[in-house]
Design a protein around this ligand. Sequence first.
Ligand SMILES: Nc1ncnc2c1ncn2[C@@H]1O[C@H](COP(=O)(O)OP(=O)(O)O)[C@@H](O)[C@H]1O
Ligand SMILES: [Mg+2]
Length: 239
Amino acid sequence: MLSVEDLYAGYGAILALRGVSLQVKAGELVALIGANGAGKSTLMATIAGVLRPFRGQITFEGQSLLALSPEEIVRRGIALVPEGRRIFPSLTVAENLRLGAATRRDKAAVERDIEEMCTRFPILGKRFHQPGGTLSGGEQQQLAIARALMARPRLLMMDEPSLGLSPILVDEVFAMIRQLHKSGVTILLVEQNVERTLDIANRVYLLNTGRVECQGTPEQLRAQVDIVGAYLGDMWRGD
Ligand SMILES: Nc1ncnc2c1ncn2[C@@H]1O[C@H](COP(=O)(O)OP(=O)(O)O)[C@@H](O)[C@H]1O
Ligand SMILES: [Mg+2]
């Protein structure tokens, strides 16, 4: 479904990705782990078209994404839930959801999907006309995920969705991710909760200073606990 080949990207003189290759097959939940600064958010931003790579290739369902705008990439079926949620605090829940569907023309279906999001995430129905900024952290995370789903993505990328949430809300976010995956959404997930991520992922990539240090199934990663532990430190046994 998604193929990243020998990708180099960064910011000015800073090279944040140094030859990253990664594959996501339809139906998979692929996790991206690694210490702060490893390049995880940069990789997601580059796939989403927000950042232009210096070198390499990104293809989605056989077609290159490199010349496409972020909007066109959303239209192709890739949505990103960015780090730090970034909902629009002064817009209502309803308006935030509608913005997630800005690339769609099937307005009647958009309205039906908004209703479906309020069923799937009841708190959003309750807070429908409230400004997004008045929601709690966990509620905003649900809104950010629901907003991304409004684009009807076939590939959903989530950048640290549980960051800054209380333990109970972290449980909820992981339950939500598991359920989304079950419902057929292909997922690329960046997470700091390594153990829990290994519990739900089909495959895992460990990034270290812009390179894929190791990859495999969760079982294979667990078998390399020494290597993985060296790169992740406390995060590895973080919870
Ligand atoms: N906007 C930016 N400008 C300059 N450097 C950045 C920017 N964003 C990230 N970086 C640098 O790029 C590297 C990778 O960062 P990032 O992709 O955010 O890592 P991660 O998400 O794994 O924590 C880091 O060295 C970071 O300091
Ligand atoms: Mg990041």
